[in-house]
Design a binder for this molecule. Structure first.
Ligand code: PLP
Length: 396
């Protein structure tokens, strides 16, 4: 007799399972376009030169492995706030953890701040973990249509109408840029309208910012929406920052939850609550990656190198996006592919049926998420033509 007889089996996370399947595949020309991790022109993981330099500096200084404070490394938190907001815009308080951890921590805090629990509006489609993070905390999550599969573009009217009719004081998840998986973001004018509608209805913006600087190669450009809401519109907002992609620190779990509040008192109080919540969850965040990120952002020459590294990554992705598009056109792949070059960021949202996605994996060893999202970073001059030809053959 087990006390666990009420447990049920939860299928493995689809994207991690896909990576495992890919690794098992002995086919020499296999291509992994699943997980969103940057690869260089040869298909290898890339340690950013700025990160490499910071690592060397830290080693030379003599690294220890002491605990960080519960709130994380102060220099890291301050440097993050400065780079994200463009200046020290206070009152805001912040706390370090990873991107996913930042979202979870935001949820923990929001859960104790409002009763009854506010609803969370989540764009559809979205990053596969959003619903899980917030529903596991007991929130009721409501999807709203973000993307129109017919036009293969943002459905801005659906977006506006959701905000106009949302329950006041609800929370809305906003992808700060490079919307995962669609690669479609609102224009600056549309962001202004979104901010105004949200302010009018007292909706709380919770930014998921995993691609700042990685999307366009220009950090300020990518941070536009956050700065608009927090700086210009003076709205209260939560901002969940990840350094996984833009610093290539995936496995180091470097991130930060920042909260902009209307009053100094609320900032002090929420920080103290976050400290307590963090203590009971993980006690204190990982140190190594935070020390690297702090060096990179804190030293002028390293920061410049980092900005150049983001240009390197985003430009390579852009050129692969274009190459895939051009090969698809030249092979005469059925249908229109313009959406591919309208999209931006790490992902291409192809618009293929699940059957085609499966066929690409089984017959051509080309791996992608079930919704036909591809990580463009997995393409390189050595495989892009093969991928385009495989897609074309599957569709013909
Ligand atoms: N949010 C979005 C939209 C993402 O795409 C990702 C990573 O894929 C994350 C958050 C999570 O980032 P992290 O690895 O820092 O937890």
């Amino acid at each position: 007799e087990t006390r666990f007889n009420k447990t049920r089996f939860i299928p493995p996370d689809a994207i991690f399972a896909l990576t495992a399947e890919y690794l098992q595949d002995p086919f020499p020309r296999k291509v992994n376009l699943g997980q969103g991790t940057y690869r260089d022109g040869e298909g290898n993981p890339w340690v950013l030169p700025s990160v490499n330099r910071a690592r060397e500096t830290l080693s030379a200084q003599g690294l220890n492995h002491e605990y960080l404070p519960i709130l994380g490394l102060q220099a890291f938190r301050e440097a993050t706030a400065k780079v994200v907001l463009g200046s020290e815009l206070l009152p805001s308080r912040r706390l370090s953890l990873s991107g996913t951890g930042a979202l979870h921590l935001a949820g923990l805090l929001l859960r104790v701040c409002q009763s009854p629990l506010p609803k969370i509006y989540i764009p559809e489609p979205t990053w596969s973990n959003h619903h899980q993070v917030f529903s596991s905390l007991g929130f009721s999550c409501e999807s709203f249509k973000y993307y129109d599969h017919e036009t293969r573009d943002l459905d801005i009217e659906s977006y506006y109408s959701t905000l106009r009719n949302a329950e006041p004081k609800s929370i809305v998840i906003l992808h700060a840029c490079a919307h995962n998986p669609t690669g479609c973001d609102p224009t600056k004018e549309q962001w202004r309208e979104i901010a105004q509608l949200m302010k009018a209805r007292q909706l709380f913006p919770l930014f998921d910012a995993a691609y700042l600087g990685f999307n366009s190669g220009n950090y300020d450009e990518d941070a536009f929406a956050i700065r608009l809401f927090v700086g210009e519109m003076k709205m209260e907002a939560g901002i969940c920052i990840s350094f996984a992609k833009n610093m290539g620190l995936y496995g180091e779990r470097v991130g930060c939850f920042m909260l902009a509040t209307d009053t100094k008192e609320a900032a002090v109080n929420t920080q103290s609550m976050l400290e307590m919540l963090q203590r009971s969850e993980v006690s204190n965040p990982p140190a190594f990656g935070a020390k690297i990120a702090s060096q990179v952002m804190g030293m002028k020459d390293l920061k410049e190198m980092w900005f150049a590294d983001m240009v390197t990554m985003s430009s390579r992705i852009r050129s692969m996006r274009k190459a895939l598009y051009e090969h698809l056109i030249s092979f005469g792949a059925p249908g229109s592919w313009d959406h591919l070059i309208r999209q931006s960021g790490m992902f291409g949202f192809l618009g293929l049926s699940p059957e085609i996605v499966l066929k690409l994996k089984d017959d051509y060893h080309v791996y992608m998420a079930g919704n036909s999202r591809i990580s463009i970073a997995g393409l390189n001059p050595g495989n892009v033509e093969y991928v385009a030809r495989s897609i074309t053959q599957c569709l013909k």
